[in-house]
Write a protein that binds this ligand. Structure first.
Ligand code: HAM
Length: 426
């Protein structure tokens, strides 16, 4: 026997039992995006590696060690997208969507990062992302956070907390970075190994350290909030006031710096305690400098991305879901002569909007009824040779206690519709 081929580590199959939840999630996403006037954009999975180097940043974990990059047949370095923002800006510039106009865009699909897989962290994962261009004021920051809050509510999810911070302008960040490096260099002996390395490559990431000794050192480190320029301070205050006005709760987290380089001013994460270590279900912020960095004009921008798998895990914990996908009716037919009639009746039922699974692959009555039960249908229809001769089918309830009845073909559609709308199968 030849060896079994297995999936790649961190690349998951999403099985039919889960796809009903995915469908519920994406229906809600679509409704909420429509409610705020965001339009979907579809972007390639592969982009030139340089795009991510320049936007996400050379010294970030993503670019340094997590990208699936390879050289293609034309000897160009290309990468599976680790995130969607860079591609969205690239597409916006290339298609003239960003010049002198506003855009409200969203996208969804797989992203790829070579991280160590664990619950809630995968190498192929899915994001729902949103990007808004051409709006400088705090109003749009509030808008996209309200959109998130509405989505959580629509999905029936609780215990998701908004953490928010302001990184100020790029100049603020440089000043803060210098002050932080100066402070931490003087205390380098007390930092963990990762933070020592980051101190010179990406010092703001030291703020994310979970190491106890490093955390102690950070307690008295310079605070970004103290160095914020007046305009960023005003912008941040207006965002918070907007959230207050819409009754959206938040916690200010001065250490929230995010793992990608392109952010400025407002940054935020939605987190939950219900998912262990991978509790961030959504992250984002402003990136007013990225469009010009990638060769477009001065276009202010803000966005976020949600981790679909993490939201699905939360939905599994918190949401009661009727099985959306299973058939309502399983149609058993016995004897070769009955097939044509069964197939025609099944088509009529589908014309009337019913979800019908027609038995295939033969089988004795008992075997067919077992399939009927397994597929989750509430009703089984049975057409044998006797029923064929009389122009009727047997209607048998699989869940409720309704008695089996015999129904004429002409009465089948209204009969089933009434039965499915009734209290037992509702
Ligand atoms: P990010 O924080 O890198 O931001 O990712 C956003 C979300 O994707 C995370 O909060 C998490 O829920 C999910 N996620 C990230 N990595 C994984 C993984 N390995 N497995 C499962 N889920 C994961 C961005 O990607 C930015 N592009 C967001 C953004 C858009 N900022 C502005 N616009």
């Amino acid at each position: 026997m030849s060896a079994k081929i297995q999936s790649l580590r961190g690349f998951n199959d999403i099985l039919p039992e889960q796809t009903a939840l995915w469908r519920r999630l994406f229906e809600a996403v679509q409704q909420v995006m429509d409610a705020y006037g965001y339009r979907e954009i579809k972007l390639p999975l592969l982009e030139s590696t340089d795009l991510f180097r320049r936007s996400v940043g050379e010294a970030t974990d993503i670019v340094e060690k997590e990208m699936f990059s390879f050289v293609d047949r034309e000897k160009a370095s290309i990468s599976l997208r680790p995130e969607g923002t860079a591609g969205c800006v690239r597409a916006g510039i290339e298609n003239g969507l960003l010049h002198n106009q506003q855009q409200r865009l969203w996208y969804q699909g797989p992203m790829f990062r070579h991280e160590r897989p664990q619950a809630g962290r995968y190498r192929q994962f899915h994001q729902v992302g949103l990007e808004a261009y051409g709006m400088l004021g705090p109003d749009v920051d509030v808008e996209i956070l309200a959109l998130c809050a509405r989505l959580w509510k629509r999905l029936g999810l609780n215990d998701i907390r908004l953490e928010i911070n302001s990184l100020g302008t790029p100049e603020t960040r440089v000043r803060f970075r210098d002050a932080l490096v100066e402070y931490l260099s003087a205390r380098i002996d007390r930092l963990d190994a990762d933070s020592k390395r980051r101190l010179y490559t990406n010092p703001l990431r030291v703020l994310d350290s979970k190491d106890e000794s490093t955390r102690e050192v950070l307690l008295h480190a310079p605070k970004l909030a103290d160095l914020l320029d007046a305009e960023s301070r005003e912008h941040f205050a207006a965002v918070l006031a907007g959230l207050d006005a819409l009754s959206i709760d938040y916690v200010i987290n001065p250490n929230l710096v995010r793992g990608l380089d392109y952010y400025s001013r407002t940054t935020f994460e939605w987190t939950t305690d219900q998912l262990g270590a991978q509790g961030t279900v959504c992250g984002g912020g402003r990136y007013d400098g990225l469009v010009s960095l990638l060769g477009g004009g001065e276009v202010p921008a803000i966005g976020f991305a949600m981790g679909v798998e993490r939201l699905i895990l939360l939905m599994q914990q918190q949401v009661q879901l009727p099985d959306l996908g299973s058939p309502e009716v399983y149609f058993c037919w016995l004897g070769d002569a009955t097939f044509v009639q069964a197939a025609q009746l099944a088509e009529q039922l589908r014309d009337a909007g019913l979800r019908v699974q027609l038995n295939a692959g033969g089988g004795a009555f008992k075997a067919q009824m077992k399939r009927a039960d397994r597929c989750g249908a509430g009703i089984a229809l049975i057409l044998g040779e006797q029923e064929l001769a009389q122009g009727v089918v047997q209607v048998k309830s699989l869940r409720g206690g309704e008695p089996q009845t015999e129904v004429a073909w002409t009465e089948l559609v209204p009969g089933l519709q009434a039965r499915l709308a009734g209290p037992i199968s509702a």
